[in-house]
Design a protein around this ligand. Structure first.
Ligand code: 6PG
Length: 479
């Protein structure tokens, strides 16, 4: 028998995805890996999967029914290009090559264009959920052509996580749309993680609670509006005791956060698009700041506030932090969806933001109850300009803003860095401001560079002759 789907690249993510595919009714899975041993191992360890092993690209192509469909699960970058080149050699027009890695979306746009010339379909698909998700049901964000979705849709639906009866996969949009959305997913993931870390730090330093006690706080929060996978695993991490020292594990882990690049891509892309994703940016920079021990060592001599930070009303403070976390989280997601909206406009993708929020409800790292509220907001108003203004979120911000401000003030006075909390609050106050000092910036730009400005009271573009008699003239619009 022929396989209806193949997997190339059998490291943990690839073999887990292959096993997931094989476990679903109707799928027969061909597997290929550059080094033969991984293939042999997987096939020997999982006889129940009925894998069809291939040991060359020719064999792999011959083992697939048409249209041939293969999911590549190798390292992003050059290794991905190499596998695509090999598959293009042995595939035929109408066949489908899927890149399931964390590719940078401009690479996906480039590859899709190049592969399309051969008549073969190329689909960049974001896959979230880590190793476990790949095995039991990830959230999948495919781009690519409508033609490829016809074949690929049912296969991906068969393995995706399920949220309220719906599989967590949708055809996000053409060419690089899927990887773009996965990139922003990761940016939001960075923001969410940093916000949770700031909440932990404030509670710990403000109340003196132990990590295990704070784990209980997070477990409690996980029963309410903050319910999410990241809050859940935070409690687990905080509760963990190091076997060697008997200390809380969080106290023996080196405080330098790593990053594989997707957060930075989200911020770079947002800068190019002119979208203020300040929460994601601060979260990304917070990781960078943490990872410069040489700078931190010299800066450690700089002074902080004189007084020690201790809150009097412990329960009240914890509730304030919870509210600040929820408010900041709303802003982070609002900014992330803003970036997807702007990216879709820039790259001519039709992306249904409500559908995106729905496929993030299960399977992925940012999965949460909260995503249902986002889906509701876009169902109500598909062209919502600012997600945070949707009734449910506006109400939460109204309820939480006083606590949010108290927390940012307390953190500032205590000298506890809370870049994601405070930048989210600054965004909130900026976006809702009736008038911004941007007017002054325009005046400054006009002064030194004759960059011109517009007026609130009449049409046209103007310049004040600063170095002359300072009268105003109409001018060409230079932006
Ligand atoms: C997911 C994760 C996954 C990976 C991140 C980690 O959705 O399953 O986001 O893609 O764990 O890339 O990113 P950093 O190493 O940059 O934290």
């Amino acid at each position: 028998a022929l396989a209806n789907i193949g997997v190339v690249g059998l490291a943990v993510m690839g073999s887990n995805l292959a096993r997931n595919l094989a476990s679903r009714e109707g799928n027969t899975v061909a597997v290929y890996n550059r080094s033969r041993s991984k293939t042999d191992e997987l096939v020997a360890e999982h006889p129940e999967a009925g894998f069809i092993p291939a040991f060359s690209y020719e064999e792999f192509a011959a083992s697939l029914s048409k249209p041939r469909t293969a999911i590549i699960m190798v390292k992003a970058g050059r290794p991905t290009d190499a596998v695509i080149d090999s598959l293009v050699e042995v595939f035929e027009p109408g066949d489908i090559i899927v890149d399931g890695g964390n590719a940078y979306f401009p690479d996906t746009i480039r590859r899709e264009k190049a592969v399309r010339e051969t008549g073969i379909n190329f689909v960049g698909a974001g896959i979230s959920g880590g190793e476990e998700g790949a095995l039991t049901g990830p959230s999948i964000m495919p781009g690519g052509s409508d033609e490829s979705w016809v074949t690929l849709g049912p296969i991906l639906k068969s393995i995706a996580a399920v949220a309220e009866g719906e599989p967590c996969v949708t055809h996000v949009g053409h060419d690089g749309a899927g990887h773009f959305v996965k990139m922003v997913h990761n940016g939001i993931e960075y923001a969410d993680m940093q916000l949770i870390a700031e909440a932990y730090d404030l509670i710990r330093r403000g109340t003196g609670k132990t990590p295990a006690e704070i784990a209980d706080v997070f477990a409690e929060w996980n029963k309410g509006e903050l319910e999410s996978y990241l809050i859940e695993i935070t409690a687990e991490v905080l509760r963990q005791v190091d076997a060697e020292t008997g200390k809380p594990l969080v106290d023996v882990i080196l405080d330098q956060a790593g990053a594989k690049g997707t957060g930075a891509w989200t911020v770079q892309t947002a800068l190019a698009l002119g979208v203020p994703v300040s929460g994601i940016a601060e979260a990304t920079f917070a990781r960078s700041l943490s990872s410069h021990p040489e700078q931190r060592a010299v800066a450690a001599s700089l002074p902080g506030p004189d007084e020690e930070f201790r809150v009097d009303d412990v329960d009240g403070f914890i509730e304030d932090v919870r509210q600040a976390l929820f408010a900041s989280k709303i802003i982070a997601y609002s900014q992330g969806f803003d970036e997807i909206r702007a990216g879709a406009a820039e790259y001519n993708w039709t992306i249904d933001l409500g559908a995106v929020s729905k496929i993030w409800r299960a399977g992925c790292i940012i999965r949460a109850q909260f995503l249902n509220r986002i889906a509701d907001a876009y169902a109500e108003q598909p062209d919502l300009p600012v997600l945070a203004t949707a009734p449910y979120f506006a109400e939460a911000l109204t309820r939480g803003q006083a606590a949010w401000r108290r927390v940012v003030v307390a953190a500032t006075q205590a000298g506890i860095p809370s870049p994601a909390f405070s930048s989210s609050l600054a965004y909130y106050d900026g976006i809702r401001a009736e008038r911004l000092p941007a007017a002054l910036v325009q005046g400054q730009r006009d002064f030194f560079g004759a960059h011109t400005y517009k007026r609130i009271d009449k049409e046209g573009t103007f310049h004040t002759q600063w170095s002359g008699d300072r009268t105003e003239i109409e001018a060409e619009d230079t932006h």
